[in-house]
Design a protein around this ligand. Structure first.
Ligand code: SF4
Ligand code: MG
Length: 325
């Protein structure tokens, strides 16, 4: 099996800056070496918060984030600083995340300076090498981020993330702001770099169609909880959680077997401040029964590698039947 060099287990993590939101609720997953786990859900479901909690950019109130066996949450500051070298993030908006007053070279080398490296001719050469690795010219090193297109800025963000040769990179909606054709280029670049450098990715997105090209496994999140995890082929061919099925049926290119079902995603996601009782999905679920309003379904294994949090997961093969009346 996969070496789980990254594992996360949380019980009721609260973001200290938004203490009323149970951002991440009993979330538990792991990512293996050279593996890409896609974390997918509607905006506000807690997926970006999960990424920031992993990197300790947000101070979690409880839980553990194990990276190669060590817990980042309780790690001493010095050790955490060293561990940060191996844990990088690429943000959604390359404009907002790149400092407009810094040259591209300084932006790219920033994670190395943070590790105590000093500016030098060798570092400048390395910055040029990184620019070429992400498909830009080394002659761009002294320019500023605003001089580049959105796709080029995202390449700069990727160069910065890979500069310290990390083991684990979080791509937080890294292609969501880009045009479709540019999305494909950036995803290809991320895949090539993963192959070459042996990194693992947590690829956070809201669009199951986009993550399809890069994911090895997919975890679907709803209101702070993981509701389904499976290998990519299973998620797209045989989804079992009604929410996953609804996401696929609502996609611009609907899942062929789910196209005719009534299980389009209905209504808005409720506020994370006051999630519904029992199964958080019950107000929107075409299969909901009384038990769903009172009892939390636990994430359980249907078959090896396929976990679903639904009381009726045995009944959902091939898409949901209309709600019994
Ligand atoms: Fe729907 Fe009930 Fe399953 Fe929740 S537990 S997804 S409400 S059937
Ligand atoms: Mg891969």
């Amino acid at each position: 099996g996969l070496v789980k060099h990254f594992a996360l287990k949380s019980e009721n993590w609260f973001d200290r800056s938004r203490p009323l939101v149970r951002a991440v609720d009993n979330v538990s997953f792991s990512v293996g070496h050279r593996e890409t786990l896609a974390l997918v859900g509607e905006s506000g479901c807690g997926k970006s918060t999960t990424g920031r909690l992993i990197l300790q950019l947000i101070d979690p109130t409880a839980g553990a984030v194990r990276f190669e066996g060590a817990d980042l949450v309780t790690m001493a500051p010095q050790a955490l600083r060293r561990a940060r070298k191996d844990l990088q993030i690429i943000f959604q908006d390359p404009h907002a995340s790149l400092n407009p007053r810094m040259s591209v070279e300084d932006i790219i080398l920033e994670p190395l300076y943070a590790q105590g490296e000093r500016p030098s001719a060798a570092m400048r050469t390395y910055a040029g090498d990184l620019l070429e690795k992400v498909g830009l010219s080394r002659r761009h090193a002294q320019r500023f981020a605003h001089e580049f297109s959105g796709g080029q800025r995202q390449r700069i963000g990727i160069a910065r993330a890979i500069a310290p040769k990390p083991k684990f990179v979080i791509c937080d909606e890294a292609v969501s702001a880009l045009d479709v054709s540019v999305q494909a280029q950036i995803i290809n670049l991320l895949q090539d770099l993963q192959e070459e450098l042996g990194m693992s990715y947590l690829f956070i997105g809201h669009d199951l169609a986009v993550v399809r090209h890069i994911a090895d496994r997919v975890a679907v999140m709803y209101l702070g909880r993981i509701v389904e995890t499976a290998p990519k082929t299973t998620i797209y061919a045989a989804p079992r959680h009604p929410y996953t099925q609804a996401l696929l049926a609502s996609a611009p290119v609907p899942h062929p077997r789910l196209r005719k079902t009534r299980n389009r995603l209905r209504g808005e996601m409720p506020s994370p401040l006051n999630p519904p009782s029992g199964c958080h999905f019950h107000p929107r679920c075409p299969l909901a029964q009384d038990v769903c309003k009172t009892d939390d379904p636990v994430l359980r294994t249907l078959e090896s590698g396929h976990e679903v949090a639904c009381h009726f997961a045995e009944l959902t093969a091939g898409g949901p039947a209309p709600r019994p009346s």
